[in-house]
Design a protein around this ligand. Structure first.
Ligand SMILES: C[S@@+](CC[C@H](N)C(=O)[O-])C[C@H]1O[C@@H](n2cnc3c(N)ncnc32)[C@H](O)[C@@H]1O
Length: 212
């Protein structure tokens, strides 16, 4: 058993609701690129620890991470989730409904950058932002996320190590270069205090400073 399998066997339990999400993704012929159970559990914990009330998710797919995020919220908390494809957002909503969270989530469909501009225009602010959509846009998502974040908010990005490609100089494709730019900014932006945890494909966690 390797370290990952050890953690998985100890800390992730059978979860009928999340299993149903994966089944529905499969049944709809979609590729399962949901967060793994360990990241799901970590998201729930991070939301609980942070005491977040308003969550923004960029990239819904079938609602797996959405359920994990809402599980960490208190009664009055809400999830706003952005998804490119109408049919994915619909499936995610059905899955959140099945989990008992149907009225705790609002979906915006279409290009996330447009939705983010709309949210900014409407002066929405968030306590927790989870970035998990197209990797090429991560620097743009971070830019918008900092503007949409309340002081003290957490900004969490998934897949930031790209199977180690970000540390291998031979990868010079746009996706890897943009992920390096995202990681650089998470590390050096004066408004953020951040770190990367090497769980899954790498999860970066940044806290927006009160002085933002
Ligand atoms: C990795 S999956 C999200 C997985 C989800 N967070 C989970 O763990 O359950 C990425 C999602 O981002 C969506 N996406 C890709 N490009 C996008 C864009 N430009 N705007 C909004 N969503 C986008 C995809 O359709 C896909 O559903």
């Amino acid at each position: 058993m390797n370290v990952e399998e050890y953690i998985h066997s100890l800390f992730t339990k059978d979860d009928a609701i999340l299993d149903k999400v994966l089944e529905s993704i499969h049944a709809n012929g979609m590729r399962n690129i949901s967060v793994p159970p360990e990241i799901g559990k970590l998201l729930t914990l991070l939301v609980k620890i942070s005491g977040a009330k308003e969550i923004l998710e960029i990239g819904a797919l079938g609602g797996y991470s959405g359920i994990c995020l809402v599980r960490g919220l208190r009664e009055e908390g809400h999830l706003t989730s952005l998804e490119l494809k109408e049919e994915y957002a619909q499936l995610a909503h059905e899955n959140l409904q099945r989990a008992g969270f149907g009225d705790r989530v609002t979906y915006y469909t279409g290009e996330a950058l447009k939705s983010l501009d709309q949210l900014e225009k409407n002066e929405k602010r968030f306590d927790f932002i989870f970035i998990d959509a197209d990797k090429e846009n991560y620097p743009n998502y971070l830019d918008r996320s900092i503007r949409l974040a309340n002081p003290g908010a957490l900004i969490v990005g998934d897949n930031v190590l790209q199977r180690g490609q970000v540390c291998d100089a031979s990868y010079v494709d746009l996706r890897t270069e943009n992920m390096r730019a995202f990681n650089q900014r998470m590390a050096n932006d004066p408004d953020l205090e951040s770190i990367i945890l090497p769980v899954g494909q790498g999860l970066s966690i940044g806290r927006v400073k009160e002085s933002k």
